[in-house]
Design a protein around this ligand. Structure first.
Ligand code: LMR
Length: 413
């Protein structure tokens, strides 16, 4: 008997697992899986949004190492955190994201819950909204981070899009954005990228944010801001401007933020959800319900990453060191953008890639087609997301020429 291919005797023919369809690979993390399986020693992963240094290594920030040294000396036992996370951490998040002098913070209108990365913050917010605002739709930008649609659909929402990126100009389709959001029914949840729009790298200017805020207030929309890249555009203060302006409008606002990239703490899953409320009483009720959402999902969050971030942000010297290290990451990415544009210009003088230097954050929406992305992968072991998004933060002096040669080859032939 062919034991390998016969069903085990205990497995019932009717088991639901027998007909379970295979799920598609994740559009971003699936690229990493394919990259890891590739034996080519010269492979380059421009898929996932992860910063690597000039030598292609994932950095352990000095501020993080120093915070860990301090924590190790304490040799603390590991009890449960409160359901909504470490209080010190949640306060540090509020100060960093909303500013220490934020009127919303000072009047007790902010509710923050530690989350499993920025994605966890979005998911908490999505589950919370689905319980208490179930009739609304969620509108995301076109294009958006691949996981936005999947995450909000998984929470039970219908997800629609509003125009954002114009491939013709490589810029913002602001007229399309305004026109479409003007049609959104009152109560629609609008997901906005607070800075470093993922995947396009195209951000709104301050006066455009002001128009969006006015529209959101006029139409009674609910803004849900995704702040995964604070510090990667202009700096931690400037990058939080959109969030801070929304927080003072006296409308419900949700903000998911992440320290995966800014602290290079990807695997620790450190993020938060903050809900901006009308007053302290509302905040207490929101907090009680968020705690229910968390308790029925994963009970309470892990402590290590939150302790690191709180230790850094509570200490002036460590915070200054962190700002320096974050600034260096930001600068290196910008330098690589310019180097990429320069090298592409010399290899493909008839094509204009200058827009890459204008984009913000880790990514560039390169304009490469699906067929070109697949050729990069198959012929050169260079991995990008199918949308054409490349992670500029993974470029360095050692891999840049190979990437440029490969792009030139797939664009020309
Ligand atoms: C990305 O967009 O590559 C990152 O945010 C990582 C992720 O979880 O998708």
């Amino acid at each position: 008997m062919d034991t390998l291919h016969s069903p085990t005797p205990t497995m019932k023919e009717s088991s639901f697992l027998r007909t379970l369809p295979l799920a598609p690979k994740d559009p971003i993390l699936g690229v990493t899986e394919a990259f890891q399986a590739d034996p080519n020693g010269r492979k380059v992963n421009l898929g996932v949004g992860v910063y690597t240094d000039g030598q292609g290594r994932l950095p352990l920030l000095h501020c993080v190492a120093q915070a860990e040294d301090r924590l190790n000396q304490l040799k603390s036992a590991r009890g449960y955190l409160p359901i909504d996370g470490l209080n010190r951490y949640n306060l540090a998040v509020q100060k960093l994201v909303f500013g220490s002098h934020s009127p919303a913070l000072q009047s007790g209108r902010l509710v923050t819950a530690q989350s499993l990365g920025g994605t966890g913050g979005l998911k908490l917010g999505a589950d919370f909204l689905r319980r208490f605002h179930p009739e609304s739709e969620v509108w995301i930008s076109d294009p958006s981070w691949e996981n936005h649609r999947a995450l909000f659909e998984a929470a039970g929402f219908t997800v629609k899009t509003y125009p954002y990126y114009d491939p013709e100009t490589h810029g913002l389709d602001f007229a399309g954005l305004l026109h479409t959001l003007e049609q959104a029914p009152s109560g629609t949840i609008v997901v906005l990228h607070a800075c470093c729009h993922n995947p396009s790298g195209v951000d709104m200017r301050p006066e455009q944010w002001a128009d969006v805020r006015e529209l959101v207030a006029d139409r009674g929309l609910i803004p849900f801001l995704d702040l995964a890249y604070q510090g990667f555009a202009q700096g931690t203060e400037a990058d939080a401007a959109a969030v801070r302006e929304f927080a003072e409008m006296d409308i419900p606002v949700l903000v998911a933020n992440s320290f995966s990239k800014s602290f290079s703490l990807y695997g620790e899953r450190v993020g938060a959800l903050t809900v901006v409320c009308h007053d302290r009483d509302e905040a207490l009720r929101v907090q009680s319900q968020l705690r229910r959402v968390i308790r029925t999902n994963y009970s309470n969050p892990p402590s290590h990453g939150a302790l690191i971030v709180a230790t850094v942000l509570e200490d002036e010297t460590l915070t200054a060191l962190w700002e320096d290290e974050l600034g260096a990451m930001r600068l290196r990415i910008k330098t690589m953008r310019h180097a990429l544009v320069e090298q592409l210009k010399s290899r493909l003088p008839e094509d204009d890639f200058s827009f890459v230097a204008e984009q913000q954050g880790m990514f560039s929406f390169s304009g490469l087609t699906l067929a070109q992305v697949h050729r990069l992968r198959q012929e050169f072991s260079i991995y990008a997301v199918d949308s054409g998004r490349i992670c500029v933060a993974a470029l360095n002096d050692q891999n840049l020429s190979a990437v440029v040669e490969a792009i030139a080859c797939v664009v020309r032939t």
